[in-house]
Design a protein. Structure first.
Length: 67
């Protein structure tokens, strides 16, 4: 993988981490104001999808090394 590809993946991961944090803040706010549980659950699902995508990107950046 080229340095440019790695840089692009790192940038994408950083953006996703920020989006993940934004969802976290939004979910906490929704809980505090007493938003309906279904909406909170949907937000949590989206947050989990983002976390999975971050993990996939990080696996591409740092591949597993067979011992």
């Amino acid at each position: 993988m080229s340095d440019q590809d790695q840089s692009e993946l790192r940038l994408m991961a950083a953006r996703l981490r920020q989006e993940h944090e934004d969802y976290d803040v939004a979910i906490k706010a929704m809980i505090q104001i007493g938003c309906e549980a279904l909406r909170i659950q949907r937000m949590k699902k989206k947050k989990l999808i983002i976390k999975d995508r971050i993990s996939q990107i990080e696996d591409q950046i740092i591949p597993d090394i067979i011992a």
